[in-house]
Design a protein around this ligand. Sequence first.
Ligand code: GLC
Length: 532
Amino acid sequence: MPKSSSFITHVEDLLFTPPAKKGREKLKILLCSPEVAPYANVGGLSKAVGDLARALIKLGHDARVFMPKFGNIDEEKYPSTVECEGLKVPTDNKERPELICNVKLHRSPSRLLVYFLENREYYELRANVYGYTDDPIRWALLSRGCLEFFSKCSDWVPDIFHANDWETGHIPNWLRTTYDKDSKLFQSAVTFTIHNLQFHGNFDHRNVPELNSDDGRSPIADFFSDRLLWQDILRRGIMYGDVINTVSKTYSKEILRPEYGEFLDKLLTEVRSKLHGIRNGIDYEELNPATDKLLKVNYDVRSLDRRVINKLALQEEFDLEQDRDIPLMAYEGRIDSQKGVDLLTEIMQPLLKDFKVQFILMGSGDGGLMELIKQLRDDFPDKVGAHLMADFTLPRLIFAGADMMFYPSRFEPCGIVPMEGMRYGAIPIVRATGGLADTVEQFDPAANTGTGFVFQEFDGWSLFAQTVRALEIYRQKKVWQELQKRAMMQDNSWEARAEEYIGLYEKAIHFRSKQLVDEERLEAEGADFSPI
Ligand code: GLC
């Protein structure tokens, strides 16, 4: 095909939105999140929201994203046009009744439309996404700004708002109270996704003075009152969402128990008929060892032997002995006790002493744990490599070069990194919790099935046992390659998961229409209607 016509096909591809699957209406979906990749990228949340939105577009739906315009979002890289100038976002405070914002629209090459909420004081002057004492105001502004924009300033009105984590938990609350009779938004349904139940707001929900405890039924406090600080926005998201979900099936069940429920297990049990679990996926086009330009050599299941070149390059990158036979084990992610990094450092000492092994740890987070890792690197310089800060390229080199990767989490709503590692043939060693339990199947040598090594109890012995098992199997090159192939051939792409989300959105829309009919009937009968 001549170059010019392939170019035309490409441009047409860009402009063409496929029709939504037969029998399904094309939905207008608005995803709101404090972070969305690649514009603001802190953790798994940004990947999950960005990838889901793009996957929904591929299915033919009109999915868009709404997020703050942080100071470090590069205008040149992500050009935008003004959609709404001088949007007055109500604060419900008497002295300062509104905050003035702009909404800008960016059209990404993947056809995703991104609304940026612009406010100098709360977003533009801040380099980081999280970590400010006035975060409760910043996230109330995001949620209210989002609703106010679609109510007052946009012709495009979402069929469904999809709010993510406590930072946007006000959206379901306001939508079902303040905006309940809004002439534009009254029909919109709302889904609330819990990516992490550990954060309810900017306070420690385990230590709330009686006086400040929030049952979620009062109105959201004004932006500048102290009460806002104590409001349990996560609880409110759960209470007012038409449909709730979390990011794996197992986690959606675990959180009904006090050990995992973070004080919300009773509420979650009460609303369990609207609680679902859809595991996140990963972007199979971007994360592909056969085409990934960041790798030294590309490979796939048929050319797995080439992978070792990436392993040798990784050893060189971290100043470790370059030897294809030494098992290379890695951790990539937040350096945090949620992720079980403490457990990992506990078993590293005996392994480093008794076995010929190498470790690479990368990520940032808890200061104490990072110190421990530095100490291990100093004690075993040719066996331990560490990069204790964020980096874009290194994770890919680790996925493509490490033999095994660890995820010994205390709890894990989903866990995206194991899926990424598996796609590149790095065998996961995981604790059977949350999404990890749903992602990795225990290796069975007799049946030659499974995709990794799984332990149950959160203790060093259990992790140690599975690690030694993995080290033994690693010596059997043929068995190991078969294990790698099975891991690489898992389908963790977003396509199927995005279909599940459509099912969820349809449920929420159905629920809302039914609620409106019921409300009308109740009103006619003179009864009072309040959510849940
Ligand atoms: C949070 C969870 C993690 C999940 C991610 C995306 O970071 O801790 O398990 O994969 O959100 O949903």
